[in-house]
Design a protein around this ligand. Structure first.
Ligand code: PHE
Length: 445
């Protein structure tokens, strides 16, 4: 295969790898989905369960993916082919498919963040201040040509970064955008919690209510952990294939889990105090982000700046995740002999085309079995492909590839992973059972 002859691309430093992996993990899922789920499912009680799941199951699957990728030095499909063969490459194929589906609609929402960033300066605040945030959002998302144009811009930027390569593209941009994201988040939190009446929002967000901690909430926490940590589709596997043999994988994975979880928890502190301070309805998902928040910003002095900062934050979060999705798919074609520019461009354009029905979905067309296209894509990827991928990756390391996995994770015996046995046990039993549980409970169309 081509990669045996050619030197594989690598991250420039351990920090670069961690920021790129954290860039993949920190995304739209952290900024609107996590805070909302937390508010819904019992505040601090939900956060406790979520954190436990991230560090027990999410962390274990992440190390498993990184180990397979680094051992094989190949993409998600090629890696399973090389280290085991048989039917295992199908797991990689599922990942490639999931990457394809997720990026197609993720880029549509990424496009919205660009529109809202510029719009913050040119009229959005006036309209939102007049109570019309819902109408203007509705007007925008049903204006299909405009939505497609922003989707194209977002995808073009994603293609550009992946086209530039692992070190000069992905790593370089994540090293700029991730710290910037963190700074913007802190500024927004300071602004939000110092507003008068912020306390009620903080209470809504963190007050533990164990009665809301139902089986459904646990399922939601598991599903969210997988999506948020970019697990189950070969993303961490692909990024792991660019890591050098000396980098300790468990400590890198822990850092990625800590960054991802911190950003998710912090996002709630930027959002809820402001929402409650101005007495606006704390709606869900896109509604919260693109309707509620502009109305909140419009009421603050310097509204355009706060709004623009927030949408810039959202854009950074989205694009550093988008590049990882495109990279999973491109890496397969690059390892099969394509040049990087060709792989990034061709796959990016195909995903852009697949995203068009999602871009049109909020304008009413077309539906798949009653769900609009965007929701259907999200459902198939996040509720079916990611959990299934996660189960197989855990089983693979726990039962099939265990001895080699130990060797890879201990850097051929030169690094001591204190929790090795616990990790193997989680991969063998706990992770597959837990994920199977989300899979089954989450399978309601
Ligand atoms: N983790 C990203 C988010 O939270 C989404 C994502 C999923 C990215 C899977 C890559 C792979 O938004």
């Amino acid at each position: 295969m081509a990669q045996d002859v050619q030197q594989r691309e690598q991250w420039g430093s351990k920090l670069g790898f961690i920021l790129a992996a954290a860039g993949s993990a920190v995304g739209l899922g952290n900024i609107w989905r996590f805070p909302y789920l937390t508010g819904q499912h019992g505040g601090a009680a939900f956060v406790c369960v979520y954190v436990a799941i991230v560090f027990l199951i999410g962390f274990s699957v992440m190390v498993a993916e990184m180990a397979i990728g680094r051992k094989a030095q190949l993409n998600a499909v090629g890696a399973f082919q090389k280290v085991k063969g048989g039917a295992w490459p199908l797991v990689g194929w599922m990942g490639v498919l999931a990457g394809f589906l997720i990026l197609s609609y993720y880029s549509v929402i990424g496009g919205w963040t660009i529109k809202y960033f510029f719009w913050s300066f040119t009229g959005l605040m006036g309209q939102a201040g007049a109570g019309k945030a819902g109408d203007v959002f509705g007007g925008f998302v049903t204006n299909t040509p405009e939505v497609i144009a922003y989707h194209a811009v977002f995808m073009a930027m994603t293609i550009w970064i992946v086209y530039k390569g692992v070190g000069e593209g992905i790593e370089k941009y994540c090293k700029i955008m991730m710290p910037a994201l963190f700074v913007i988040l802190i500024i927004l939190i300071i602004r939000s919690v110092t507003l008068e009446g912020a306390g009620k929002g903080i209470e809504f967000y963190v007050k533990p209510d164990f009665s809301k901690l139902t089986g459904k909430a646990v399922g939601a926490a598991l599903g969210q952990a997988f999506f948020s940590l970019s697990l189950g589709m070969g993303c961490m596997l692909t990024y792991g294939s660019y890591v050098d043999k000396r980098t300790p994988l468990p400590s890198s994975a822990i850092q990625v889990c800590v960054i991802d979880t911190s950003v998710a928890i912090l996002a709630g502190f930027a959002i809820f105090p402001a929402v409650f301070a101005f007495g606006v309805e704390a709606g869900a998902g896109p509604g919260l982000t693109f309707v509620t928040l502009p109305s909140v910003f419009a009421k603050m002095p310097g509204s355009s700046i706060w709004s623009a900062l927030f949408f810039l934050l959202l854009f950074f979060a989205a694009i550093t995740s988008a590049i990882s999705l495109l990279e999973v798919v491109s890496a397969y074609f690059i390892d099969s002999g394509w040049t990087r520019p060709r792989a990034a461009l061709v796959m990016g354009i195909l995903m852009f085309l697949l995203g068009i029905p999602s871009a049109m979905s909020l304008a009413g067309a077309p539906k798949i079995a009653g769900k609009d296209f965007l929701d259907a894509m999200d459902f198939i990827a996040s509720n079916v492909l990611l959990p299934l991928g996660g189960v197989f990756i855990a089983l693979f390391v726990g039962w099939v590839w265990t001895a080699e996995a130990r060797k890879e994770v201990s850097n051929e015996g030169t690094y001591t992973f204190g929790l090795m046995e616990v990790w193997i046990w989680i991969c063998k039993i706990l992770a597959p059972l837990a994920i199977l549980y989300i899979f089954i409970t989450g399978l309601k169309w």
